[in-house]
Design a protein around this ligand. Structure first.
Ligand SMILES: CC(C)(COP(=O)(O)OP(=O)(O)OC[C@H]1O[C@@H](n2cnc3c(N)ncnc32)[C@H](O)[C@@H]1OP(=O)(O)O)[C@@H](O)C(=O)NCCC(=O)NCCS
Length: 136
């Protein structure tokens, strides 16, 4: 089926974030204070929103956050298609650095997009993260 990528409202991103990332927490847990200032992108399969990611631009570069694909749609390349698109968007918005707080089990995935591990690690909500970045 044909897939398309579009900017979406934050509310649409929230649905997938909650369903995929933190289904056991209350719905508000996945909302970010910065969501009003962010750019939210979604990949649609037909009319169905299957993958989302949000981009936040500041002086430290472009940070992507809350990247999630519906469980039954994972491993089909949707996340990769969306992430490649959003990294180009970050560049065209003038960012010189793209970065993320990567879940430790996603490090190899992000390396495929040219992101490299920094030496900044932390734990949040019982999960381990490392900051990864790419200079554009
Ligand atoms: C991270 C996440 C968004 C990736 O989305 P996705 O749509 O599954 O991404 P892709 O399908 O492009 O890639 C996933 C894997 O499938 C592989 N893949 C991509 N296309 C494929 C295809 N056509 N056939 C087989 N495998 C494929 C990719 O190489 C990748 O492998 P890897 O995990 O071993 O590196 C998704 O796994 C997810 O929502 N995870 C839970 C939330 C989360 O962890 N978010 C990230 C926080 S840092």
């Amino acid at each position: 089926m044909k897939t398309t990528i579009a900017k979406i409202d934050k509310e649409m991103a929230w649905e997938i974030r909650h369903k995929v990332m933190w289904p056991d927490r209350n719905f508000d847990y996945i909302k970010l204070e910065d969501d009003d200032a962010g750019f939210h992108y979604g990949l649609f399969k037909g009319d169905l929103l299957v993958s989302v990611v949000s981009l936040f631009i500041n002086q430290r570069g472009a940070q992507f956050r809350k990247f999630a694909t519906l469980q039954q749609e994972q491993g089909m390349g949707h996340g990769s298609t969306l992430l490649s698109y959003v990294m180009k968007e970050a560049e065209s918005l003038g960012a010189e650095r793209v970065w993320c707080n990567a879940r430790k089990n996603k490090v190899d995935f992000y390396k495929k997009f040219g992101l490299q591990e920094t030496d900044i690690f932390f734990t949040k909500g019982g999960k381990s993260y490392v900051i990864m970045e790419k200079r554009i």
